[in-house]
Design a protein around this ligand. Structure first.
Ligand code: NAD
Length: 378
């Protein structure tokens, strides 16, 4: 079997699905690796580095899609890219399968065996394949650097001959993978940090990073589903949450929001009125911008100033750190491939939790339970 790695085509995407070391390891394991010319350029990997490890460079995407048995990508493919895949080929990529019905229908129609990296279950055995985590970690780190760069204040407390400067106060809303990294990064820069999440189980994790946990009772008994993800709140609980956050955010210089609920629009946590109540000069970095934003005034991929508050809505921070993002992603997909390919042939065990979670289409049909459920009218 051969593995094909095309150049990413989404605007601003600089990651590549395989870095040279990972490609060389696959070649060593007996697989052929094809790389579209220049696919690694955005992450500073020259074609020659892949060739040294035994990969073969093909001139363009057409030649790659014509030959590849297994295509590895970062961003979900366009419909045109799906049409170029060989019928029956395997695709491993982020697919955003829960919210991309047209793409999924096309993958099934073309009899593609597709795996969505977002569907890898959050279990210990699959940690090394967990691309949501590897990329969210980067986003959390970078969000704080953006906030620090924008804030017209120091992050750390300083006692200087010219006077004392108080530490910046940072609130991180949503303490999943991105949020915990944001908390750790803001702490390292010396800020005073608070974390908040609707799942009370994360309190300990927030505190172990040296931050304080902002607690308020929404009267929600089971905030977490069996996969460890947050559930959507009722309209009533959501309104109460907005009110409580409006009260609290007034005290902060920086608010980083990371709250997501899989397959749903991002919960609205910071309203227009909340922003208006914040101090002039404060900064919001909304990592949920791609899913509609946690802040009502966020504009995706824009920086806007509203009521004196600067609001960033980046949708793809991992692409701004393509070297490490690609290195980690390449490890994630390589580990998944190890599970899927045995003795040079595709060997899918649909009873395996990883295959069950990540495989979206196979044999001309949608096989993933969560994706099937998302496609049904509520
Ligand atoms: P995510 O990106 O889906 O959401 C980010 C955070 O937002 C979550 O912590 C969520 O609880 C929070 N959130 C959602 N709605 C909210 C609201 N209304 N108000 C406040 N916060 C809200 O989450 P994630 O980072 O992908 O992590 C999901 C889960 O998976 C977590 O329990 C995490 O610890 C777990 N996880 C487990 C493993 C593993 O064991 N292999 C690896 C990674 C993550």
């Amino acid at each position: 079997m051969n593995i094909g790695v095309p150049r990413e085509t989404a605007a601003g995407e600089r990651r590549v699905a395989l870095v040279p070391d990972a490609a060389a390891a696959l070649v060593k394991s007996g697989l052929e690796v094809l790389l579209e010319r220049g696919a690694g350029e955005g992450a500073f990997h020259a074609d020659a580095a892949y060739e040294q490890g035994g990969a073969r460079i093909v001139p363009d995407a057409g030649a790659l899609f014509d030959q590849a048995d297994i295509v590895l990508k970062v961003q979900k493919p366009t419909l045109a890219e799906v049409d170029r895949l060989r019928e029956g080929a395997v695709l491993v990529s982020f697919l955003q399968a829960l919210t991309s019905p047209e793409l999924i229908a096309r993958l099934a129609a073309r009899r593609i065996t597709s795996f969505g990296m977002e569907g890898i279950p959050r279990i210990s055995r699959a940690q090394k394949m967990d691309a949501l985590s590897s990329q969210a970690n980067i986003a959390g780190y970078k969000a704080v650097l953006i906030a620090a760069e924008t804030l017209a204040k120091f992050f750390p407390m300083l006692m200087t001959a010219a006077g004392t400067v108080f530490a910046a106060r940072v609130l991180v809303i949503g303490a999943g993978v991105a949020g915990l990294q944001a908390i750790a990064t803001a702490r390292r820069l010396g800020a005073q940090v608070w974390g908040y999440d609707v799942r009370p189980v994360v309190k300990e994790q927030v505190e172990s990073l040296g931050a304080k946990f902002l607690a308020f009772d929404l009267g929600v008994a089971d905030a977490e589903d069996k996969g460890g993800y947050a559930k959507a709140l009722t309209a009533d609980a959501s309104r109460r949450q907005q009110e409580m956050l409006a009260e609290k955010t007034k005290d902060f210089d920086v608010v980083v929001t990371t709250a997501l609920v899989p397959g749903r629009p991002a919960p609205r946590l910071v309203t227009r009125e909340t922003v208006a109540g914040m101090r002039s000069g404060s900064v919001i970095v909304d990592l949920a911008a791609e899913a509609g934003g946690n802040c009502e005034l966020t504009e995706p991929d824009q920086v806007v100033v509203r009521h004196g508050v600067t609001i960033h809505g980046p949708t793809n921070l991992p692409a701004t750190m393509p070297v490490h993002a690609s290195q980690l992603y390449a490890r994630n997909v390589t580990e998944l491939l190890r599970e899927l390919v045995k003795n040079g042939a595709l060997a899918l065990d649909f009873d395996d939790e990883v295959v069950k979670g990540a495989c979206v289409t196979h044999g001309g049909a949608v096989v993933n339970e969560a994706v099937k459920a998302a496609g049904k009218p509520a």
